[in-house]
Write a protein that binds this ligand. Sequence first.
Ligand SMILES: *[C@@H]1O[C@H](CO)[C@@H](O)[C@H](O)[C@H]1NC(C)=O
Ligand SMILES: *[C@@H]1O[C@H](CO)[C@@H](O)[C@H](O)[C@H]1NC(C)=O
Ligand SMILES: *[C@@H]1O[C@H](CO)[C@@H](O)[C@H](O)[C@H]1NC(C)=O
Ligand SMILES: *[C@@H]1O[C@H](CO)[C@@H](O)[C@H](O)[C@H]1NC(C)=O
Length: 247
Amino acid sequence: MSFMSKIIGIATILAALFAPAFSVNGGQPATVQEYPFLAQLTIHKPNGHTGRCSGSIVAQQFIISAYHCIVEPDFNDTYAIENTLVITRTNDAYNGSSTDGIVHKVERFYHKEIDGYYEFSAEKDLLIIKLTEPIEYNEVQKPIVLDGKENLKLNDSAIFAGIGPLPDQMADIFREGETNVIALDQIVYQYNESIVQSGGGDSGGPFFSKVNDDWILHGIIHGGNIIPRISYFCDWIKEVTENELNC
Ligand SMILES: *[C@@H]1O[C@H](CO)[C@@H](O)[C@H](O)[C@H]1NC(C)=O
Ligand SMILES: *[C@@H]1O[C@H](CO)[C@@H](O)[C@H](O)[C@H]1NC(C)=O
Ligand SMILES: *[C@@H]1O[C@H](CO)[C@@H](O)[C@H](O)[C@H]1NC(C)=O
Ligand SMILES: *[C@@H]1O[C@H](CO)[C@@H](O)[C@H](O)[C@H]1NC(C)=O
């Protein structure tokens, strides 16, 4: 599994750089009115390109996304902190000017250590972003609950959402798709790709479902149909954030 997920991680990163990326292909539009935890990232790279990823609000000052979104051979955390923006409260892909989105700056990142750009396994792909200022909660900006125990079982359904572009189209809006879990281990879920697929800008986006009245974050979009599980990262999340984040 770890070998396979590593290959898929690299494939996704390369796809994001060199090829049109697919996003929640087969899915339908998703909104912050329905899913107020949806967030997006833009990353301005030293080569002038802008990367885009998806994420979730998990606390007033914390966003969860994918670590590979901020890793490039030619830059580092110091650079990425200065050049990453998190946008909430909008359904539209942020293009530098937004009429309804709120743009947040990054204070710091929490992530595991990797040995180099090409070492990208699912078990290292979680990124916690601490914002410089807290998010004001309202109907279109609310946290999603981290899944410490309500884990999905084989064949359970869940939704994933992201803001990556569709084939042959610029990123425009969030899309969502519902699918079922076809395999799982301690570290990842794999979902049924015959219903929907994810791609480049969807990376870091939530894999979630409703349990009682709460939206629960089970995992994040990594690449292919691989979803690293939040429950696998729980102890690490509590430790690095000194219990500011709980699951
Ligand atoms: C971090 O990356 C930036 C952008 O490539 C570079 O200018 C800077 O020198 C790097 N800093 C360190 C400490 O490597
Ligand atoms: C950027 O997005 C806003 C909506 O959020 C839109 O009104 C504007 O026309 C867009 N600008 C460009 C250059 O695409
Ligand atoms: C698993 O879920 C899918 C999609 O919800 C459904 O089509 C299929 O019948 C389910 N299979 C079993 C064995 O329950
Ligand atoms: C995947 O989804 C399709 C379409 O709903 C369904 O027919 C198929 O049984 C699912 N596969 C698995 C392994 O659950």
